[in-house]
Write a protein that binds this ligand. Structure first.
Ligand code: GLU
Length: 439
């Protein structure tokens, strides 16, 4: 069975970059009728917060990316300790004592000599006495000893990858303070939970290489990996610093529609054109990870407004029944109301103000030179209630009386009745308007 996971750290709010990962993993699981696990990578006790875990769940619920179960790394520390013991027994785990400052110095020296900043394995050369002396002074951290060979896999997005393990530092898996790090926790979880496919950002490619070796050292084969490109801003600028301003909860607050956002993210960076998906089933059916490319993907927050408006314009009254009822639209007028406003809203929050206008009228927008014309036109508007024929008969009469025609006739009337330059068909406006416009 296909099993995927989305593994955020509950140290902040989800943003559009995380969404790309969540969505791809969710789509793969759902397309295969498999399982999708929400895994909370909370091995950092200082930065992980229950409120962020709750917020992650709320955001995924808002998007309809439901999970089959939640796993929490902090509840699995004994499993990681077991794995560490196994690696130790296999001679693949060694204790090292360099401080961050010492490591930094080593890296700088290497770079000055034009060498890649790879950990020099000095700790492997320590004698038992030296180790004991260092241990008395400070806590050691634990590194996985990579086999210096090429690590290869066929990536679902990047294609054939081959990394020379000697160009990578032996990863630290357990810190001096005993904190288990993501690299080993993730490996243990992925194998324990039978994860078959891992999609994550291309910033994890080197992790993947080391994790493939750790999995093998623990006697497991690796899942299928795919690394999506990182998002950039519209000009290609790095988005990493601005991702905080692209939190999913802020987009929700701004009225972005989940399916508009998901449809966008399901195609962004792929060779297929955007298609608006009206349901999660359509999203699943239209997804093909092999269509995504390795090049950085531009993301523009500004795209989400028009996409939301476009999505809303295609909804039926049934889809927005709650919003229309909450706006106070009388039942008999709802169908006409929605037909009139659906193409004139940016977000759902615009629905209620439209009914306020129909129910109470607007402050007329009248240019000075049109004032007399509007006074005259309003005086020959018949008594209400009006219907869809009113606009035609009224404007015919106004044309007759004023001699105006075309834009000079219709535009001032629209502005005077609705208080704005654009909006629904005026035939609908007159049929929905509950109060007599006046100036
Ligand atoms: N917690 C990791 C992250 O958010 C998970 C990466 C992975 O999918 O393995 O980057």
């Amino acid at each position: 069975m296909t099993v995927t996971r989305f593994a955020p750290s509950p140290t902040g709010y989800l943003h559009v970059g995380n969404l790309r990962t969540a969505l791809m993993n969710w789509l793969i699981a759902r397309a295969a009728g498999g399982e999708f696990i929400l895994r909370l990578d909370d091995t950092d006790p200082e930065r992980s917060k229950p409120e962020f875990a709750d917020a992650i769940k709320q955001d995924l619920e808002w998007l309809g990316l439901e999970w089959d179960r939640v796993e929490t790394q902090s509840a699995r520390l004994d499993r990681y300790a077991d794995a560490a013991d196994k690696l130790r027994a296999a001679g693949r785990f060694y204790e090292a004592f360099e401080t961050p400052t010492e490591l930094d110095l080593k890296r700088k020296k290497q770079m000055n000599m034009g060498k890649p900043p790879v950990y020099d394995r000095a700790a492997l050369a320590l004698s038992e006495e030296e180790r004991a002396a260092l241990r008395a002074e400070r806590n050691g951290h634990w590194r996985f000893k990579l086999d210096h060979e090429r690590i290869e896999w066929t990536d679902g997005i990047l294609g054939d990858i081959s990394i020379d393990a000697s160009s990578v530092s032996d990863p630290v898996l357990i810190r001096g303070d005993g904190q288990v790090l993501y690299t080993i926790a993730s490996v243990v979880d992925d194998t324990d939970m039978g994860i078959t496919n891992v999609v994550r950002g291309s910033d994890h490619v080197t992790n993947t290489a080391t994790q493939i070796q750790i999995m093998a050292a623990l006697g497991h084969s690796a899942p299928a990996f795919a690394h999506h490109s990182l998002l950039t801003g519209p000009q290609g600028e790095a988005l990493s610093k601005r991702l905080g301003t692209l939190a999913l909860r802020d987009l929700r607050e701004a009225g972005v529609e989940p399916l508009a956002l998901l449809s966008h993210m399901a195609r962004l960076g792929s060779s297929d054109p955007f298609e608006m998906r009206m349901s999660h089933a359509e999203l699943i059916a239209g997804f093909d990870i092999s269509r995504f490319g390795a090049a950085p993907t531009k993301f523009d927050r500004e795209d989400l407004g028009p996409l939301t408006a476009k999505y809303l314009s295609t909804l039926s009254l049934e889809d927005v029944a709650e919003d229309v009822a909450a706006a106070g639209v009388p039942e008999a007028l709802r169908e006409r109301f929605w037909g009139a406003v659906r193409e004139n809203i940016q977000t759902r929050a615009d629905i209620a103000p439209w009914w306020t206008f129909f129910a109470k009228g607007a402050t007329p927008l009248v240019d000075e030179e049109d004032r007399d014309f509007i006074v005259q036109a309003f005086s020959i508007l018949p008594e209400g209630p009006w219907d869809e024929t009113t606009w035609k008969s009224w404007t015919d009469a106004v044309k007759e009386a004023s001699g105006r025609k075309g834009r000079g006739l219709f535009m001032p009337l629209r502005k005077a009745v609705t208080g704005r330059e654009r909006g629904p068909e005026m035939a609908d406006v007159m049929a929905l308007l509950q109060v007599r416009p006046s100036i």
